[in-house]
Ligand binder design. Structure first.
Ligand SMILES: Cc1ncc(C[n+]2csc(CCOP(=O)(O)OP(=O)(O)O)c2C)c(N)n1
Ligand code: SF4
Ligand SMILES: [Mg+2]
Length: 297
């Protein structure tokens, strides 16, 4: 063996992946998502320099604090644009974004739609608890009508958004639902999302035991509910069928609702860059800049 041969690296251990002790309340669904994320990274043998973990603000968005990794706990609702910058400039990385329903669909709703339509190649896992947890129980965009909170003391009156339908109609190319109570399913959805080339969205039902206890019991067999897999004959490339499947109110079905292949933001930018490089072959950078300024006159 030559002296320069690379030392074979072992996959990271959980100890090497875990950072601060999670500060979530006992029983919070977010613990499960974090545990399965560690498993995913270990299963795939990803080392620290090969992935990024990004989030906005919220209980769920505290995620990057608890992972020993590159990434950021960024501004409320702005995790996706930050992550897009990473994903476009460092295409060798696997980029994962985590956050809550408020972060994704209230303040971040605009970014969600644009990231989906641009088909940025990254994985976005929304830990949906149907409430604002961190700020202690306000109505979120996914809270059901009638939900009593500090902002709707007599019960929520506004129609909740449907994350699956919104993702599909905005242009996401991978749309799936899972739940914190089914670790095997959650891991399989994370794996499928990571393997997908394009904007991969997972809605993970993640119970807030403090402010919306029992929100998803009807999908949990241990609480007398039923975990409903997507019907076997569902065609995930059929947009209308996926949209119709998502019509059923939460918790609804679990699995991949929609998955298609479409060029990513990264693919399209690479195409534009290649064309431009060909056109400007042999030119100095300052000459290209001058040419652009001249064109703007
Ligand atoms: C610009 C801005 N507006 C509002 C807040 C207050 N705030 C922090 S987290 C949050 C909502 C959190 O809800 P969600 O995203 O569902 O996360 P959860 O805590 O439920 O996991 C709000 C309104 C903030 N931090 N920054
Ligand atoms: S308030 Fe709710 S979402 Fe936040 S840590 Fe506690 S249980 Fe989890
Ligand atoms: Mg929430």
């Amino acid at each position: 063996m030559s002296a320069t041969a690379e030392v074979e690296r072992k996959p990271l251990t959980k100890k090497e992946l875990a950072a601060d002790k999670p500060t979530w309340c006992p029983g919070c669904g977010d613990f499960s998502v974090l545990a399965l994320y560690f498993k995913l990274l270990q299963n795939r043998g990803l080392h620290h320099e090969k992935f990024a973990t990004v989030a906005g603000i919220g209980c769920s968005s505290r995620f990057p604090y608890f992972v020993q990794a590159h990434g950021a706990h960024y501004i409320h609702g702005r995790a996706l644009p930050f992550a897009t910058g990473i994903a476009v400039s460092r295409q060798d990385l696997d980029v994962f974004v985590f956050g809550g329903d408020g972060d994704a669909f209230s303040i971040g709703g605009n970014h969600f739609n644009h990231c989906a339509r641009k088909n940025v190649n990254l994985t976005y896992c929304v830990m949906d608890n149907n409430v604002y947890g961190l700020t202690k129980k306000q109505t979120s965009p996914t809270s059901p009508i009638g939900f009593k909170s500090k902002t709707d003391m007599w019960g929520a009156i506004d129609k909740p958004i449907n994350p699956m339908q919104q993702a599909i109609s905005a242009g996401a190319t991978f749309v799936a639902r899972t739940t914190h109570t089914n670790p095997k399913h959650l891991l399989s959805m994370m794996e499928a999302a990571m393997d997908h080339k394009g904007f991969a969205f997972i809605e993970c039902l993640s119970e807030c035991t403090e402010f919306y206890d029992g929100a998803f019991d009807s999908s949990n067999p241990r609480k007398g509910g039923e975990f409903k897999d997507i019907p076997e004959d569902h065609d995930p490339t059929d947009e209308n069928a996926a949209y119709a499947l998502a019509e059923e109110l939460v918790p609804g079905y679990f699995g991949v609702y929609y998955q298609i292949s479409r060029p990513t933001k990264q693919d399209k930018e690479a195409e534009v860059n290649a064309k431009f490089l060909e056109k400007t072959k042999g030119m100095e950078d300052w000459e290209i800049l001058q040419q652009n300024f001249n064109k703007m006159k």
